[in-house]
Design a protein. Structure first.
Length: 141
């Protein structure tokens, strides 16, 4: 059947969220790796911006599941959402003479926060797969 779908919009949104969280993990990891690089400026990925942009691609009269299929089938273009966070005039740690603005403590905190969000998404997705497995096995464990 053409209308039969294994995964609904919620599952697709969880997948998109995990992909964006994975990309943010790479950006934050690069910041940590360059903590001693002179002149390096930390970057971040705006999670909400990527999700919002992905959901507002166009106003075509197609289902949101179909739109999400199109989003997930191609590259997501995270580059546009990567930015240099401003410090708001505040210093995060010691002033550095080499021009590097990476605060290891802040980057590790952001990385841990991102990892927890990714893990929460993964847990939700795993539970839905476990329910599907249960249904397929006719309720036998």
């Amino acid at each position: 059947m053409a209308g039969l779908r294994l995964f609904d919009f919620t599952h697709q949104l969880l997948e998109l969220s995990m992909r964006v969280r994975g990309a943010r993990h790479e950006v934050l990891s690069a910041n940590i790796a360059n903590a001693d690089t002179p002149g390096f400026r930390p970057k971040d990925l705006d999670f909400e911006s990527v999700i919002r942009t992905a959901m507002d691609l166009d106003d075509r009269p197609i289902s949101r599941e179909r739109q999400m299929d199109e989003i997930l089938s191609g590259p997501l273009g995270f580059e546009a959402a990567v930015y240099e966070p401003s410090t708001g005039g505040q210093s995060h740690g010691e002033e550095r003479f080499d021009g590097n603005r990476v605060s290891l403590d802040r980057q590790i905190a952001l990385l841990n926060e991102n990892a927890l969000s990714y893990e929460a998404n993964l847990t939700l997705f795993s539970r839905t797969l476990a329910k599907l497995r249960y249904v397929i096995s006719d309720g036998r464990s």
